[in-house]
Design a protein around this ligand. Sequence first.
Ligand SMILES: Cc1cc2nc3c(=O)[nH]c(=O)nc-3n(C[C@H](O)[C@H](O)[C@H](O)COP(=O)(O)OP(=O)(O)OC[C@H]3O[C@@H](n4cnc5c(N)ncnc54)[C@H](O)[C@@H]3O)c2cc1C
Ligand code: SF4
Length: 338
Amino acid sequence: MINFQYARASDVGDAVRKLAADPEAKFIAGGTNLIDLMKKYVERPSRLIDISRLPLKAVEELPGGGLRIGALVPNSDLSYHPLIERRYPLLASAIQAGASQQLRNMASTGGNLLQRTRCAYFYDTATPCNKRAPGSGCAAREGLNRGHAILGTSEHCIATHPSDMCVALAALGATVHMTGPDGERAIPFADFHRLPGDTPERDTNLAAGEIITAVELPAKGFASHYSYLKIRDRLSYAFALVSVAAALELENGIIREARLALGGVAHKPWRDAEAEAALGGERAGEEAFARAADRLLRDARGFGHNDFKIDLARRAIIRTLAQAASGTPQSQSDKRIR
Ligand SMILES: Cc1cc2nc3c(=O)[nH]c(=O)nc-3n(C[C@H](O)[C@H](O)[C@H](O)COP(=O)(O)OP(=O)(O)OC[C@H]3O[C@@H](n4cnc5c(N)ncnc54)[C@H](O)[C@@H]3O)c2cc1C
Ligand code: SF4
């Protein structure tokens, strides 16, 4: 049993002040990840600061054509929001591919960004894990690593980021907004999550004491040519082995702009500017897609059990780009179950 205190934040400033007063405290939003981690003794906060009633639940249109999504918008509300369904269907699809309807009802936008890896050794306090206990080692490198990363790994950690929603946000080029003791700031989505390097205990560039307040989407939503494909062990309620978010802008069959982000393969949603740029000006078709896949995966390496992911990712990239090009996106199995 972990003893902890509970406090409810009255506004964003109060949340930041309460966290500053107790660095061992944690914000709690939907609680779908944090409570599990507490039950496993991975997280031991001295205090839970409940932010779930803060007024960060709106989806608002921005003057330049983009959207501002409050950090407490539940995943399910976001995926069924008319503006998201119509203008950013890639994001709606990715969210609906994650977890279960009940979890999506509780899970918040900000919490989804900050959910921790699903590496089994991270959850098992009897095993070495540099992310949970820096310097203790990485049990996954020589252990069961079927679900682990093939890109951007380090000798200290080969974990993946488990989110589906974040893969679409990466492809769309979102921005994360936060407030902390030093005021407000924003980080491009590509720079929000980190690679493990020699500090795998740090998942993101959110500074100590900061609260995520919103995620902003740019005006361009790629609503005509997109697809989110998630390959997993079961059709629902399972994390991605490999997932691909693809978005294209086409003109007479020629690719004007391409966005490609992968989930389940790295410590962060994986984008490769070189692979995307190489698609520009190409005729949309299997040859160009295969070249882009090979380019994106040029540095991929497996650790034994997860070697299969390299070929799986290659095939998933080609298939997802083909779905996007033909305007026939992958449909999620539980898309219409509310
Ligand atoms: C069984 C199961 C299956 C799942 N399957 C999937 C899946 O397939 N795909 C997928 O993407 N996800 C999946 N999830 C994960 C789920 O989406 C996340 O647990 C959820 O998005 C986290 O949101 P939350 O609001 O519940 O976060 P919480 O658990 O409340 O918080 C998570 C972390 O974020 C911090 N935090 C929360 N909000 C803020 C904020 N605004 N500012 C700063 N810090 C904040 C908390 O302090 C905590 O450290 C699954 C979860 C479970 C339990
Ligand atoms: S892969 Fe990362 S999270 Fe998993 S055991 Fe190794 S250090 Fe820990």
